[in-house]
Design a protein around this ligand. Structure first.
Ligand code: 6PG
Length: 243
């Protein structure tokens, strides 16, 4: 069952999100010794990362990954890595060895290939009897007004990649910049938990569609519902179920 929390404002969303992340990471470290945590870019998660940094001391046991990245240099203001470095890694003094950057500067194809290799090498896969993707403990996602998550956009061929797909190139993102690297839907669905954050009225329809009938036209609706936590403000809250 999806857990939905509605908050009065974006600051409360960030506070609740940071608390959820801390709980999930602590649980993963205590159960398995390591927590594999993937971050998204965009604007929504920045405050959550700042609050996480305030409470996190060096992130012991936490391996930081990315849900997607733009194909720009890491110092570019469009870089998701740059956002996370400024709001989380630097303030929390996270050791570089614990941060696994998607190398967007290599371009979508080579960048995706290398990241898939690193994920397969560093993160335990699911059941051994079938080709399953690496199992991350928590993936923090924003959502676009069109219902995209990471860089998985409505109707994109990437949504049909096989179950053993790990990381995919994107050459035609409708959200600039066009060239990106993204985790596959299989990796998002294999994760122990996904946390979707949404604030503002522009996201209300997407949140509603995410919780409705699963459809490739709304990639967020294809996330595993029973492993999904959604934290929104009032403006982005889904319509109350009709009586
Ligand atoms: C990206 C993000 C993307 C983002 C959504 C929401 O690289 O652009 O990973 O998936 O989460 O587009 O973006 P905002 O948080 O800026 O609304």
């Amino acid at each position: 069952m999806t857990r939905l929390t509605t908050c009065p404002d974006s600051e409360t969303v960030a506070t609740r999100a940071a608390a959820h992340v801390e709980r999930q990471l602590e649980r993963a470290v205590s159960e398995r010794g390591t927590a594999h945590f993937a971050l998204s870019g965009g604007t929504t998660p920045a405050r959550t990362y700042e609050l996480l940094a305030a409470g996190m001391s060096s992130g012991t046991g936490v391996e930081f990954w990315f849900a997607d990245e733009r194909c720009v240099p890491p110092e570019d203001e469009e870089s998701n890595y740059r956002l996370a470095a400024q709001t989380l890694f630097k303030p929390a003094a996270i050791p570089a060895a614990q941060v696994h950057r998607m190398q967007g500067e290599l371009g979508p194809d080579e960048g995706a290939r290398r990241y898939a290799t690193e994920l397969r090498e560093r993160v335990q896969r699911g059941g051994q009897d079938q080709p399953t993707p690496p199992v991350l403990d928590l993936i923090l996602l924003g959502i676009g007004p069109d219902g995209h998550v990471a860089s998985l956009f409505p109707g994109a061929p990437a949504l049909n990649a096989g179950g053993d797909a790990v990381c995919l190139p994107v050459h035609d993102s409708p959200k600039p910049p066009p060239q990106r690297i993204t985790l596959s839907l299989a990796v998002l669905r294999a994760a122990r938990g996904c946390l979707v954050l949404a604030t503002g009225a522009s996201k209300a329809d997407a949140v509603n569609a995410m919780l409705g009938e699963p459809s490739p036209h709304v990639p967020a609706s294809l996330l595993r519902r029973e492993r999904l936590t959604v934290i929104v403000d009032d403006a982005a809250a889904p319509e109350a179920p009709r009586p």
